[in-house]
Design a protein. Sequence first.
Lengths: 58, 319
Amino acid sequence: MSLSKQHEIHKRRFGRNLGVGLVLAALIAIVFGLTVAKVTGGDLEGALGSAGGTVDGN
Amino acid sequence: MSDASFDSRIHESEAQFGDYFALLKPRVMTLVVFTAFVGLLAAPVAMHPFVAFCAVLFIAIGGGASGALNMWYDADIDAVMKRTARRPIPAGKVTRDEALAIGSALSAFAVIFLGLATNWLAAGLLAFTIFFYVVIYTMWLKRLTPQNIVIGGAAGAFPPMIGWTAATGDISVASVLMFCLTFMWTPPHFWALALFVRMDYDNATVPMLTVTNGRRSTRNHILAYTVLLAILAVALGFTSVGGPLYLTVALVLNALFLKGAWDIWKRDEGASEADNFAVEKKFFKLSLLYLFAHFGAILIEATLSKLGFDWASLGGLLT
């Protein structure tokens, strides 16, 4: 027998907590993915170019 | 009351993740996702696939957020109508405050992220859509005018236009006509349903055209909107998103839709009751195919065009 018995409320709320966790993980993946897409997709070059710079800082 | 009975009552009414998701009206979201995706793909601009995916996702979240805000405000009337009584708030699963918090937070998230991912015109259009649906439709005009379906339909018609703007950064004739397609389609679609389904909007004191103006007037309205819809739907075929496939689909379906609206207009209540509203039911079923087929045809035209297929070259091969 385990030392601390899991309370019923933890079992009951497992689904909700899992859902929130997955949503947060998806948010991180989206922000990361968008950053990669923007940096490699030419948006950054365009923005820096119009500001008078280049990606490599020259 | 024992602790055990208190616990079991909480257990029964406690919201699960699915209840919060249900606040976003997932069935409406599927239409939003489909039409926004078509609008985005039909645009004559290549987008990074992941950015395009995110744009559609944020538009869908914005649409879902407006659904949650709609449920927050309409909780009183949802509770008295059979169709809506099992929604999370009237069912006692989610509180109104929770719906307001989720709707507001997701609205802000969707608009800001769409702006960051694509452009601020698209984000502004999404913000306007949420404002239009929640404030203009839900809070103001839904309980005031029997034209509420027309106004609500406008909010549902914005996604393809937002998708287009997310890709191109502008608004064009083609994107406005894609908006008009859903906007003009919604009233005849819904009013045909209202003719053969007994709705309990009366209990909720929401004015419905069938009740306020009568069923004859509803039939007139269906015909008038269908004529305008047919003109706009065929006109869309002559823009950049159209083509031979779309035009064929539009001509066939609009001819059938006009015939259906004409048949509904011609008959009276006696004739409808005699065959258990067969014509109205057939028109409603056709309306479901109508919208899906029009946007489906635009999607196929856009896909073929992106793959380098040219209808003119096919004509050359055949001759």
